[in-house]
Design a protein around this ligand. Sequence first.
Ligand SMILES: Nc1ncnc2c1ncn2[C@@H]1O[C@H](COP(=O)(O)OP(=O)(O)O)[C@@H](O)[C@H]1O
Ligand SMILES: CC(=O)OP(=O)(O)O
Ligand SMILES: [Mg+2]
Length: 402
Amino acid sequence: MKILVINSGSSSLKYQILEMENEECLVKGLVERIGEEESDIEQESKEKEYKNITKINDHEEALKKAMELITDPEYGCLKGLDEIDAVGHRVVHGGEKFFSSVLIDEEVIKAIEENSDLAPLHNPPNLVGIRAAKKLLPKVPQVAVFDTSFHHSMPEKAYMYGLPYELYQKYKIRRYGFHGTSHRYVSQKASEILRKDIKELKMTTAHLGNGASLAAIDRGKVVDTSMGFTPLEGLIMGTRSGDIDPSIVLFLTRKGYSVDEVDDLLNKRSGVYGLSEMSNDMRDIRKGIENGDKKAKLAYDVYVYRLAKYIGSYITILKGLDALVFTAGVGENDEHVRMDVCDYLDFFGVKIDKEKNTLLNRKEGIISTSDSDVDVLIVKTNEELMIAQDTKIIVEELSSKQ
Ligand SMILES: Nc1ncnc2c1ncn2[C@@H]1O[C@H](COP(=O)(O)OP(=O)(O)O)[C@@H](O)[C@H]1O
Ligand SMILES: CC(=O)OP(=O)(O)O
Ligand SMILES: [Mg+2]
């Protein structure tokens, strides 16, 4: 079975074709800066790499271009689009309605549309991707895999805010959590690496990409997570502020900032980028620190401090910790972040093996010492594989019913 996985962002479209026989990725591509004068297109297959800059007007055009490249005799991996058996879509906000992946029909599309209010940056482009794929591949079953669904197990006490209850009833204002597909994948993978049943483990998974979140996972079930009503809450991220005093928003609007300006400030101009006044990328921050840049150092320190503070609080609510898992761009590649976060956790018996931490950088495995009270791991996230696996299960169920 060949599955097309689509992750459609506000101005980008990421895609992969996976052969599910051996769960191999046949082709992987990215169209960026959709709608701008120049869009970047990149595709990688076994030994071939395609790169081009051209104008791509919208997501439908991006998907069309992707389909052309997938079936290109030189760069592609398929002879025709009819080889695609199913499509799996990343959908960011499933609200309270979806707690597992579903086959997409008109009702599901309507529900995703209704949740757009809750994730205006993410759900609309996801829907555009779904509609474009349905148009191009009308006979192929399509599945939605939600970022929020793995967090559905959170208890009320973790997902409710200290706000009037009627706001929850009226607007569904509560914590939802995101990156669930990644937290689910890496928690399972970590238990495999540890050769322990996930049902026996207390775990904290740290998805540290451009967006970043933590999940507290008790015996396979999420009990808390750092992102909230939207993906803005929690950790310091590449360009997002994470937790701040909500009064700052009121203060700024009273100073004359418009709602859209505050939105832009908190989502796109804050976090590591805002503090360092330099970059959202940890590689640039490292270079800055090495060159003695004080703001880069400050941004790094605030980033690591917030992370350690959250992990400490998760050790309390989990009443212990068996495994701490680092994943995504920063988690997988930045040995300094892992080292410095674990340094704060010394009191809890977390001991990192410096040599393994360096040696396993960009790889996968256990990086704690054998006498550490907590196993610390690097796991490479693979949201696309998880989406494809869910899609396969749902499509097989569907065909067994027919
Ligand atoms: N070698 C590296 N060292 C440190 N940080 C890295 C490295 N490679 C990537 N990163 C960080 O990872 C981020 C991207 O993470 P990724 O998980 O790919 O992001 P996205 O949220 O876009 O999926 C970059 O912005 C950068 O901060
Ligand atoms: C939900 C979210 O923050 O996603 P990303 O990290 O892809 O921006
Ligand atoms: Mg990501």
